[in-house]
Design a protein around this ligand. Structure first.
Ligand SMILES: [Zn+2]
Length: 587
């Protein structure tokens, strides 16, 4: 059952965001906004901003973004409904519930979750009691899983049969497919997705069953089957952002500030059995930035309990980048090479706990592996020094690089200057790092959006969609232009792409510039220059370059006028229809 949309709106209206946020964050007023230290990441200078008038917050440090309900959800680890109920209680509003009036998306979601939940119960029961699951039960016992563990994680058994689940639950083809439980085979028959596998149900952060990870049992099923198989992507199961075990681990992650990231289901369960209840697992995929942002809401230190080098060279660079942009600390658990946390939990839980406890920063862990065992001959030392210099070179911070270079040089008995020199050479050979987030956040397009959000009257006549080059800012502006209020624009953007909605909230809290005309002129100049380059290109390729001369000349004069305060407004007015025309021709 859902809360009436009307009541959600009443709760929102009765819960001023600056008041609710102010109860846990010290806010200082700054013009139209209030700023404070972000509750979602550790920082010393405030980058968390609230716009009370538009009822949104945004953090420039970690990109956390939302409204009063999101804030309560994410600071208190609640689901949407629980957060609304909490705020309603605060405001003295009694809520009405009505299933029929919940939105289509929410209805669909709950239908899929119900189906996956029913499947989880069915598979679990099958494992516990069915004769055909005896072999699977034996296998789990051999891995050290007792009945309590099996019940706690609701582990199940998918029989070695075609369609027992979809028939047993009487799932229609549409629902079975949408929930990732069934598929229609080449003979047009509905069959189960999972066969002859031990199943680990996967729950989202709030504990709803959304999908499965299935493992083959040695000796059962067809040979050459992949060891693990996961649910196909559905409206509720997306492995690029889901983390197995987050529903159980989030409490301990919040209280310890640390999460342990594993590669698989059995690793997460093994960690918990070894007393580490803050472990989560990626579901059959490499760790993505979305996994990281999902985790960073609960804890800022992430211990990787898998081979961080296995994803190759570029992987480390990406991890360093994430450390900076999301202000998280990444460490690597010192697991023995080739070891499996799931197995270690049974064979040597003490060693597993020690490995997590002694996790080292990413670069330190990689160097350790390189230098252990220590190279014996001078030639091996020279090779190790070169390899270490290359690893050190990847780190973006020069103080960190110098410090590690000193440590490695001392261990290898070489001159630290020599090592640093090598590392500098290696750095020069690398492509430059992407622009810092600080600069992106003040881009002219964002400032123009800020004006469109905060002082729409100042830009209503001059700002046009065509002036935004980047798809996300363009979509954000289009949402604003097509709706009457900021709230409606947010709803439209949210439906299209949550990133666009984030951008709108960011625009609501960024300091809008005083000179609206100037910002629009900067955007127009960028768009005009792009068009000029395009025209000049066309002219070069054309058999009749003179044909373009008049247009190129006209455009150059408008670009000059953009630089003069007296003429810039008129120039924008002339450029916009020209650019629209161009865009149409280019299509
Ligand atoms: Zn933040």
């Amino acid at each position: 059952m859902g809360i009436l949309a009307e009541d959600v709106e009443r709760v929102r209206a009765a819960s001023p965001i600056d008041v609710v946020v102010g109860e846990s964050v010290g806010l200082r007023r700054q013009g139209t906004r209030s700023v404070g230290l972000c509750p979602f990441h550790t920082e010393k200078t405030p980058s968390f901003s609230v716009n009370a008038e538009l009822q949104v917050y945004h953090c420039f440090g970690c990109q956390a973004s939302g409204d009063v309900i999101t804030f309560v959800r994410e600071t208190q680890n609640l689901g949407f409904r629980e957060a609304v109920e909490l705020l309603a209680g605060r405001a003295g509003i009694s809520l009405r519930y009505d299933d029929a009036r919940t939105t289509g998306a929410a209805r669909k979601r709950s239908r899929l979750v119900e189906a996956v939940e029913a499947a989880a119960a069915w598979y679990h029961e099958r494992l516990l009691s069915s004769p055909d699951a005896a072999h699977a039960r034996g296998y789990l016992r051999s891995r050290g899983y007792d009945g309590e563990t099996v019940r706690q994680y609701r582990i199940g058994w998918a029989p070695d049969a075609w369609d027992e689940l979809v028939r047993g639950l009487d799932l229609g083809a549409d629902l079975a497919k949408e929930a990732g439980l069934g598929l229609v085979n080449s003979r047009n028959r509905l069959q189960d997705v999972f066969r002859a596998r031990v199943l680990f149900p996967v729950f989202d952060a709030r504990g709803d069953a959304v999908g499965f990870g299935g493992r083959v049992v040695p000796g059962i099923g067809r040979p050459n089957e992949p060891k693990y198989k996961n649910s196909p992507t559905t409206a509720v199961y997306d492995k690029s952002s889901l983390l197995y075990g987050l529903n159980w681990a989030k409490g301990e992650i919040v209280s310890s500030g640390e999460a342990v990231v594993c590669e698989g289901y059995t690793d997460v369960i093994g960690m918990a059995r070894a007393g580490i209840g803050r472990a989560v697992g990626v579901c059959g995929t490499a760790m993505t930035e979305r996994h990281l942002t999902a985790l960073a809401r609960f804890g800022r230190r992430l211990v990787l309990a898998f081979d961080a080098d296995s994803a190759g060279q570029g992987a480390a660079e990406r991890l360093y980048q994430w450390e900076r942009t999301h202000e998280v600390e990444l460490a690597v658990a010192a697991l023995p090479p080739g070891s499996d946390p799931g197995d270690m939990a049974a064979s040597d839980p003490e060693a597993l706990r020690a490995a997590v406890e002694h996790a080292r920063p990413l670069l330190g862990a990689r160097l350790e592996r390189l230098l252990d065992p220590p190279p014996a001959s001078p030639e091996a030392q020279a090779r190790a020094a070169s390899a270490a210099a290359a690893l050190i070179a990847e780190h973006p911070n020069d103080i960190v690089r110098e410090s590690y270079a000193g440590q490695v040089a001392a261990r290898l008995g070489v001159d630290p200057r020599h090592l640093l020199g090598r590392s500098r050479e290696a750095r020069r050979a690398q492509p430059p790092a992407p622009a810092a987030a600080a600069r992106v956040r003040e881009s002219p397009a964002l400032l123009a959006l800020a004006l469109a959000v905060q002082r729409p009257e100042a830009v209503a006549e001059v700002l046009d969609e065509i002036l935004f080059d980047e798809p996300a800012t363009r979509a954000a502006f289009a949402a604003l232009a097509g709706t009457a209020t900021f709230g409606e624009a947010l709803a439209v953007a949210e439906a299209e792409d949550p990133k666009v909605a984030d951008l709108l909230r960011q625009a609501a809290v960024v300091e809008a510039p005083d000179d609206a005309e100037d910002v629009v002129a900067v955007l127009a100049r960028a768009a005009g220059t792009r068009a000029l380059r395009w025209l000049e290109d066309e002219a070069r390729r054309s058999a009749d370059p003179l044909h373009f001369q008049a247009e190129v000349g006209w455009l150059k004069r408008r670009l000059e006028e953009l630089g003069e305060p007296a003429t810039r407004s008129a120039a924008v007015g002339q450029l916009v229809p020209f650019l629209r025309q161009r865009a149409q021709e280019a299509r």
